[in-house]
Write a protein that binds this ligand. Structure first.
Ligand SMILES: *Cc1c(COP(=O)(O)O)cnc(C)c1O
Length: 397
C-alpha cells in the first residue's frame, strides 16, 4: 500500500508483503484520553479547550505572536494568500521542488507562480535564483524548509525586505527545526505547519498558520471565521458579529485538536526519537554512500534540522527504481517525491519548460525516501540498512 502523502508521484506495482511500511502514524498514548475529555467537555467544534491549548503551547514554545490551527497546511497556505491580498497577475516565487499545495494556494487567488530552482546541497530554494526572478509584480516568496533543514533565511529575508515582498514559510516539514538558533516558522510574516499523518506531529489531517506580523492577526481571525468578526464578539469587543470580509471555514474540530495536543506535549520525546532514527541512517550508511557515489542529506553548520525525513540521492533513475524493487523484495517500502511542478500539466500552462530548473529536474529522478516514523524500531531500521547495503543493482540501466 502506498502511504506517502505525495502518492501521485509513485509508480504502483502489485504489492508484495511489506512489513516495514514507509510511514506509520505515531501514537504517544494520551491521545484517546484527551479526545474523551474534549467530547465530555461538550465543545467539539472549533476553538474549544484543546484548540486553545494547542495555540498557547505553540505560541509559547516558538515565541510566535499568534497561532491559529487549521484543517490542514493547505488551508493555512490559502489563508496566507488571502491575507496578502494577491491580485490576478501578481507573482509569487515558489520552488518547483515542493508539494502541490505550496503553489495551488496562491494560484487560487489568481497569482502567477514563478518557479525557482533549488540548491544542489540542501535541496532548498536557491536564494541566488530568487534574486534574479524578482520583478515589480513579485508579491511573495514561499520558501519550503525541505526535510526540515532551514533555507538560507539571512539572504532570503534581506532580499524580501529590500524589495518590500512578503515571505510565507511553508514549514510543513520544519516544526522545531532552527536556523542560526531561531525556530523555523518565525522568520516570514506568515508561516504554515502541517499535522498530516506523514509529518512529525499529527492529528490525521491538520495544520496551523503562524502569524509573525501582528498587523495580520485581526484579519486572519476574520478570514478563518467565514469572514465574520465572531472572534471579536467572543472577546466582548463588539456587541454582535457580522459579515465584514471574505473568508471561509478554517477551524478544525476540537476532537482533532485534542489528539494533536497529546503529540505536541510529547514534542521532546518525539523529536528525540526522530533524531536517533535520522542519525542511525546517516552514520550506518556513510561509508556505503561514499563507496557508491550516493548522496546523503547536507545539513549546514548553522542549521538544526527537524528530522522530518531521510533521503538518499542515487546515481540515476534506473538505480533508484532497482533499489525500490530490491527493498520491496525485502518487505520494505521506500518512496520518492516530488515531481517538478514546473513540468506538471498545470506548471506547463504557466510556461514551465524542460531546462527551467535543472537541479530540480535532476534530483527528482534520483531522490529516495527511507522508512521514517516515530515507532520504527532499531531492529527494523537495521534491517532497512542491511538490505540497502546488500543491493547490487548498480549496473541497472
Ligand atoms: C505535507 C505538505 C503540505 C500540505 O500539508 P497538508 O496538511 O496535507 O495540507 C504542504 N507543503 C509541504 C511542503 C508538505 O510537505
Amino acid at each position: 500500500m502506498i502511504v506517502d502523502n505525495s502518492s501521485h508521484t509513485q509508480t504502483r506495482t502489485a504489492a508484495p508483503a511489506i512489513d516495514i511500511p514507509f510511514n506509520q502514524p505515531g501514537m504517544i498514548g494520551t491521545e484517546l484520553a484527551y479526545i474523551a475529555h474534549a467530547v465530555q467537555s461538550g465543545h467539539i467544534s472549533g476553538d474549544g479547550l484543546y484548540t486553545r491549548k494547542c495555540h498557547a503551547l505553540l505560541e509559547e514554545a516558538l515565541g510566535v505572536a499568534k497561532v491559529l490551527l487549521t484543517p490542514s497546511c493547505t488551508h493555512a497556505l490559502e489563508m496566507s494568500a488571502i491575507l496578502l491580498d494577491l491580485q490576478p497577475g501578481d507573482e509569487v516565487i515558489i520552488p518547483s521542488f515542493t508539494f502541490v499545495s505550496t503553489v495551488n494556494a496562491f494560484v487560487l487567488r489568481g497569482a502567477k507562480p514563478i518557479f525557482a530552482d533549488i540548491r544542489p546541497d540542501t535541496l532548498n530554494l536557491d536564494e541566488a535564483q530568487v534574486a534574479a526572478l524578482i520583478t515589480p509584480r513579485t508579491r511573495a516568496i514561499v520558501p519550503v524548509h525541505y526535510a526540515g533543514i532551514g533555507c538560507e533565511l539571512d539572504a532570503l529575508m534581506a532580499l524580501a525586505d529590500r524589495h518590500g515582498i512578503a515571505v510565507v514559510e511553508d514549514n510543513a516539514h520544519g516544526l522545531f527545526g532552527a536556523y542560526r538558533g531561531q525556530w523555523l516558522g518565525t522568520f516570514g510574516a506568515l508561516a504554515t505547519l502541517s499535522f498530516h499523518e506523514t509529518k512529525n506531529f499529527t492529528c490525521g489531517e491538520g495544520g496551523a498558520l503562524l502569524i509573525n506580523d501582528p498587523a495580520l492577526i485581526e484579519r486572519a481571525e476574520v478570514i478563518r471565521e467565514k469572514g465574520t468578526n465572531r472572534s471579536q464578539f467572543f472577546r466582548g469587543m463588539v456587541d454582535k458579529y457580522t459579515w465584514v470580509d471574505i473568508g471561509s471555514s478554517y477551524l478544525p474540530s476540537d476532537v482533532l485538536a485534542a489528539f494533536l495536543f497529546a503529540q505536541l506535549e510529547a514534542r521532546a520525546d518525539i523529536q528525540a526519537r526522530r533524531r536517533r532514527i535520522w542519525h542511525r541512517y546517516d552514520t550506518h550508511l556513510r561509508a556505503w554512500a561514499a563507496d557508491h557515489g550516493v548522496g546523503q542529506p547536507v545539513v549546514p553548520a548553522h542549521v538544526d534540522p527537524s528530522y522530518h525525513l531521510y533521503y538518499l540521492l542515487l546515481p540515476s533513475l534506473a538505480v533508484r527504481t532497482a533499489l525500490i524493487d530490491h527493498l520491496k523484495r525485502h518487505g520494505i517500502l521506500s518512496v520518492f517525491h516530488y515531481l517538478p511542478l514546473h513540468l506538471s500539466q498545470m506548471g506547463r500552462q504557466y510556461g514551465g519548460a524542460v531546462g527551467d530548473c535543472p537541479v530540480t529536474e535532476d534530483i527528482s529522478d534520483r531522490l529516495l525516501r527511507l522508512p521514517f516514523y516515530n515507532d520504527l524500531t532499531e531492529a527494523e531500521q537495521l534491517r532497512v540498512i542491511h538490505a540497502i547495503q546488500a543491493f547490487d543493482g548498480w549496473a541497472s540501466t
